[in-house]
Design a protein around this ligand. Sequence first.
Ligand code: NDP
Length: 419
Amino acid sequence: MSKVLVIGCGGVAQVAIRKCAQRSEVFTEMCIASRTKSKCDALAEDLKGTTPMKITTARVDADKVDEVIALIRDCKPDLVMNIALPYQDLTIMDACLACGVNYMDTANYEPEDTDDPAWREIYEKRCREKGFSAYFDYSWQWAFRERFEKAGLIALLGCGFDPGVTQAYCAYAQKHEFDQIDTIDILDCNGGDHGYPFATNFNPEVNLREVSAPGSYIENGKWVEIPAMSIKREYDFDQVGRKDMYLLHHEELESLAENIPGVKRLRFFMTFGQSYLTHMKCLENVGMLSTTPVSFEGREIVPIKFLKALLPDPASLGPRTVGKTNIGCIFTGKKDGKEKTYYIYNVCDHQACYREVKSQAISYTTGVPAMCGAMMLLTGKWNTPGVHTVEEFDPDPFLEALDQNGLPRSENRAPVIVE
Ligand code: NDP
């Protein structure tokens, strides 16, 4: 018997909500709240009669702590699932602390306004000290550690696929497969085709900011930053085939460097087709990826927000996307004195996702782990107070839940490495 408050009702949230509705023995009641209430109402209507889970809806601007506090007080949830945008992480965490309720999200904090001088000063100091220049990092949410611990509350950060499941794969490899992990390569392959010349699979603003940023990886405890898309490899993915993939900065590298003892190298690769890269480069070159407002015909517009309005809504890609995703981690290291490699991954089919929850596989592979993470917190399987990333918890019940709820793991102990 538990009640959750879900904030956000976009592509990922809609999958998480539909999957929670399938597990109504855990999720008995839910309030869906977002900026646009009509989306919450439409989903609640669509779920009517399909689940015993009791659903209510509300409108909230989660940028405003007071609004979130009032909503939590009204709804009295056991857990707040933040599946809005990374911009709202801190306000929702503040509200959870004020109300004494557990928190989780699917992406670490980044500011909406990267020109804000107060934020920029801290950001530039971090760039110098840490050596990577992505707009997002864990420091903002790790700053809540003591307050959550003292309050006896849990904040679970980044419980999607990557971040999220990839870290559970790392914890699993550490627990069962290795005495010492030397290298971790996270490989995120989307072999899907939506038929548009250019579209993003999740929120365009967050997605394009991520992939147009310089790449970086960790070697011997230090960040190495490289120009965007300047390290390319080809890999033959199970059930997808050969794809080009590029080294990107990714948030879980930062927490894994802290939580996997002795790891020497951590990298993240994502596949991109040539058409995507050409469009992105062109948009970047003409300034369309900028977050700095420009004046246009007497009003201010933010180029990347305008671009978002032009691009297909990721939630609309479901019916037209075919093909599969393959996301996982390749490890090298030692077990019982011998060198070994281990590869653990999930393959997910876009059309199978659409038939089940009316969504493509990118939202599916994020929404299902969010539901499973919530289940870990609500059933007390993960119960250590504080602010934690996924690899800090026991991976076994989480991976079992994923196996049973649509994202089964595959394993390969043959020598597979990325040069
Ligand atoms: P969408 O843009 O589809 O949905 C975002 C939702 O949040 C919308 O319903 C939006 O409302 C709502 N929202 C935005 N601002 C506010 C606000 N101020 N107050 C209340 N609600 C708000 O994004 P996605 O579903 O694609 O992504 C959701 C999250 O998942 C993001 O944080 C993204 O980074 C993360 N993600 C994580 C992945 C992982 O593997 N860990 C992979 C993919 C995504 P409105 O309808 O009004 O716009």
